[in-house]
Design a protein around this ligand. Sequence first.
Ligand SMILES: [Zn+2]
Length: 617
Amino acid sequence: MMGLCPFHDEKTPSFTVSPAKGIYKCFGCGKSGTSVGFIMEHENLSYPEALKYLANKYNITVEEREVSPEDRAVLQLTDALHIVNNFAAEHFTKNLLETDEGKAVGLSYFKERGFRQHTLDQWQLGFAMSSGKAFTNLALEKQYNLEHLQKLGLSTQYESDFFKSRVIFPIHNLSGKIVAFAGRMLSKDKNQPKYLNSPESEIYNKRKILYGFYFAKTAIRKADECIVVEGYTDVLTLFQGGVENVVASSGTSFTVDQIRLIKRFTDNIKIIYDGDPAGIKAALRGLDLVLAENMDVRLVLLPKDEDPDSFFKKSGQDAFSKYLDENAKDFIDFKTTLLLSEAGNDPIKRSHVLRDIVSSIALIPDAIKRAMYVKQTSSKMEIEEAILIAEVEKDLQKLKKEQQQQYHREKLREDRNNFVTEVIVNPEDGQVEMIPTTTLPKINDEHQERDLVRILITSCDLMLEKNGDVTVHEYLIPFVEENIDFLANKAYKKIFEFAISKYKASQKIAFKDFIHHEDADIRDTAVDLSISKYAFANWEEKGIFLQTQQMPEENFKKDCYESILRFRLRVLKKEINELEKMILENSDEDKTIDIKVLQQLLNERNEIAKELTQIVL
Ligand SMILES: [Zn+2]
């Protein structure tokens, strides 16, 4: 099955899934793996987390033990970090709800903001005490690792608490695990930042996380829209008020990763801005990305001096939603309006605005959408449509040219070393003989090896009729074993060595042994090869048309046989070259036997070449 890749931006599908094999592979960005590997990559989970995720999805009960100090030590680092964060979150919550300071400072702040107990619980809000070491000391007392505490930014290098006298907003990843914290200062201390965030760590990449996404994702899918605001409390207020499809980019401007995260759930983004035009202009800079991702993005500017929190409280859910609907502008419109208001009547500034808008329009992949935006911008900026179209076209050509250059560079790289010209000295009369390249299959060693390994992996336990009762691997292995050092690619060699050892121990070899192998080299290569584009398309690109081209699975016997012939051909070529060299260099000795052997090798090579040529043509 083919589809658009969830890991990179593409317009034509190159993401392949083989349900039968339980693997996926993208020919665009190269990502590949098993089904569990997919969940790990896509949901950003560790292996055990991915298993739990799948178990949950298919209602399979996973039995878990309680984590003892011994277990804690051996857990994967990421799991360990999550556990530390959980402990911290519980500690912060206890501070908020059970201590006098927490209640007086933190809880009263949240209550003032109108957050109900249910919201506090659900979002695991907390409070960090003003005293400097209580949390770190407790954590160390409970056997939590200092290095982990520091890695997560919970404790400083001086073993004191990182968050002091702040209300705490835990930041969750897509599966609801706490990956970081944001602490808001409540006093008016000018020397302290208003917000303090955990540093990036093995479990926290701020470019990939949106605050609130875990809680919002179901609503986003249902509403087919994601509302983006700036602050943590904006998210909480809207969510509590019934607008649940809301997230915050939390301080950073939008990243491609965040946009792709949203795109997995909806194509529609509504971004709410408050504040001054200069700040908004800066925020818009990253948004061209959304256009390139072909998402429908609308922007709303709130009335002066309002933020989503205050405005929502003032107007209530219905009026708020109504305001959003009535005032949402598409990206190009919003950007044009904003930039024009800044440029005023200055013709030079206006021409800069036009350039800026044109380059944004050119990024939109959809031609119809582009045309609509050209029309809209033309009337808004009072510029003839034809001029705009010409400008956009120029940008498009430039983009296209860049893409083509990229393509050619890649193709050149691939074609290099693909042509073999054979020069042979005839041992009998010393004449130089050329074997035209057309009579030899033009396949470079890498392709040849890849093919051999691919057949081993995908068809290893299938029966080869042609040779009686042998399986593919029984046919391939003894031959390759003799010539194992010929395999130049390290991973391919490892794969054959693994297969040979199994074969020698009379064990069966199956496809799953390769894709689940403990050696990542073997595993990745196996997945890679088993849905390899080369199996389908490469022969054609190289101008070599195999009858086996369409369905390698159904033609494995022929593939297998040919593959061995090609390998044999390579071995022969090398032996011939070495022998020729020897004959030419040792002019004194009797060379009769050597020449006889060489003739035999040449004969065999010609036979194979002929046989392969027949297949090839
Ligand atoms: Zn991809």
